[in-house]
Design a protein around this ligand. Sequence first.
Ligand code: XBP
Ligand code: MG
Length: 250
Amino acid sequence: MPLRALIWDVDGTVAETERDGHRVAFNQAFQAFGLPWRWDVAHYGELLRVAGGYERLLFDMQARADAPGPLAERSRLARALHQCKNRLYADLVAGGAIRARPGVHRLMHECLALGLAQAVATTTSRANVEALFTRLFGGQWRKGFGAVVCAEDAPEKKPHPQAYLLALGQLGITAADALALEDSPNGLMAASVAGVPTLVTPSEYFGGASFDGCAGLCDDLEGPLNWRGASAPRVDVSSLRRLHAAGMSA
Ligand code: XBP
Ligand code: MG
């Protein structure tokens, strides 16, 4: 089964967006709303177990005595904070606060040059992808992707497989034709449940996590890659094609 597409996760995989991007913007939103809440680096790491910024806010409010009591009021506040956070995040990104992780530019360019399709399957909001990819890859970035599935398309957040299933459908390929790039246990679970073999490049918040069931593992895309007992010196299209084919026939 030849490799026909790479499906990229965004947060943590394309760039370390969480600690210096989303977390900072959440704190700025709390401040803008006159709330005393602040998420420090360690607490945000715990909150990342909850996928989706809106869902993360609702989860955190459960432990806050000064959060609104009625659920409808809590949801309204979480929605407003989340929208504000996303605007502030876009400003941070546009200002250059976030850089791509090592090897991301190179691998995306290789895919374009060698005709390997690419897609995005993410739990983050579309505006965040738009802001980040425009800053990192330029205004024409969308042309390089056969599908871009975001939170608005896949309301069932990872570890639910919905984003991957939609991306496969839009690409018109089966799970075994694709390879997912992920950084987190929730992301690995989402891709795996969809049946997509997954290369994990753990982000800073998930360096100590367990990634049982992944097909491949690497510190970053420039580093050595271990793939079901085989290896490659770095992640490139030719090594991914070779390892994917070997994995599929094993
Ligand atoms: C990303 C997320 C998102 C981002 C923030 O997970 O869980 O919630 O943290 O973006 P993944 P939003 O990398 O697995 O897709 O605030 O737009 O949700
Ligand atoms: Mg991620």
